[in-house]
Design a binder for this molecule. Structure first.
Ligand code: FAD
Length: 292
């Protein structure tokens, strides 16, 4: 089913994310994690895409499996920045042939060492170009895009970030998923601003349950997310104790989701990172609210 249709529900629903293995040796463990998460019957499951395209076949295989074997709608990510038009055309055809209905169209991060390269010669500089190519491919995909409540790290300011986001949505994105954030007020401010700018598509907030202290550093360096004092205190208190930190991180993410739902948001994407245990604990914490 298309995600644009699934998002019409007005009660709380969760979706979960998995990422493909980097090598074929890890494929079985990712398959197992995927299966366990699928058993939770989320609204949909997304499968990320290796920026360089190295694990791209796995993304497609996993997304197909989620849909066909487990009966859960899937969302296949696709990045474009290090690809040629020809490669992307092939990927779009493969997705269509595999019966994929939902595609997350992303630029991808600039590969290390290429930050100062002459980008004018690249086939793809921005996700909007990929959105347009998918839209004009003749396949009837539901296309999603990424957005950044705390602005994209390369953007000079929020005004231009939102201007380009609007262009990307107008090119064919039917929904947006946000970068992780740890302070819901940042999301509410962002929603206010994008609605004012005329972006009306559904926005799915992305929540990352931080379950170990190392993850904090990685999350901040990857996303530049602001860490509220309430969250820092929790890491200070429990960071040295893995099981306590995991419990506290799951409780914090659960709290964020409850607050989002209380403020009118009905779909939340959980960056569950191939971790069925974390996905299940969050879902159990919300069982009465979810009716599951
Ligand atoms: P864009 O929408 O192209 O934006 C990138 C930057 O360019 C922004 O600063 C924007 O303001 C600016 N910009 C856009 N258009 C223009 C224009 N016309 N002129 C000037 N500036 C412009 N990465 C992966 O490798 N694999 C994944 O599976 C993956 N999944 C993700 C899922 C989500 C929900 C999110 C939030 C991110 C994900 N990423 C993934 C990371 C993403 O690829 C990076 O954040 C990347 O740096 C930007 O991708 P984008 O699609 O948002 O790019």
């Amino acid at each position: 089913m298309k995600i644009s249709e699934l998002l019409k529900k007005d009660t709380l629903s969760l979706s979960f994310e998995v990422f493909p293995p980097k090598t074929e040796y890890a494929f079985e463990s990712v398959k197992h994690a995927t299966e366990e998460i699928a058993k939770l019957k989320p609204l949909f499951m997304s499968v990320t895409y290796g920026a360089g395209g190295g694990t791209s076949q796995y993304t497609l295989d996993i997304a197909k499996n989620i849909k066909e074997r487990y009966g859960v709608p899937s969302l296949a990510h696709l990045t474009c920045v290090s690809s040629t038009k020809e490669t992307v055309r092939g990927k779009i055809t493969d997705m269509k042939d595999a019966g994929i209905l939902n595609v997350m169209a992303l630029r991808g991060d600039i590969p290390a060492g290429m930050e100062n390269a002459d980008r004018s010669k690249w086939d793809y500089r921005y996700a909007i170009q990929l959105v347009k190519d998918i839209k004009h491919s003749g396949a009837d995909f539901c296309i999603g895009g990424a957005c950044y409540p705390e602005i994209h790290p390369e953007s000079p300011d929020q005004k231009s970030d939102i201007k380009y986001l609007k262009e990307k949505v107008d090119a064919g994105c039917e929904f947006l998923t946000t970068q992780m954030f740890f302070d819901n007020n940042l999301l509410y401010n962002f929603l206010y601003k994008i609605r004012e700018a005329g972006i009306t598509v559904p926005v799915i907030p992305g929540i990352m349950p931080i379950t170990n202290a190392k993850q904090v550093e990685r999350a901040v360096s990857l996303s530049g997310s602001f860490m509220p004092q309430r969250f820092k205190s929790l890491v200070d208190k429990f960071g040295h104790d893995p099981s306590a930190m995991k419990q506290a991180g799951i409780a914090y993410a659960t709290d964020q989701i409850i607050d989002l739902y209380a403020n009118g948001i009905t779909n939340v994407h959980v960056y569950s990172m191939n971790n069925p245990d974390v996905a299940a604990k969050i879902q159990n914490n919300l069982s009465d609210i979810l009716g599951k």
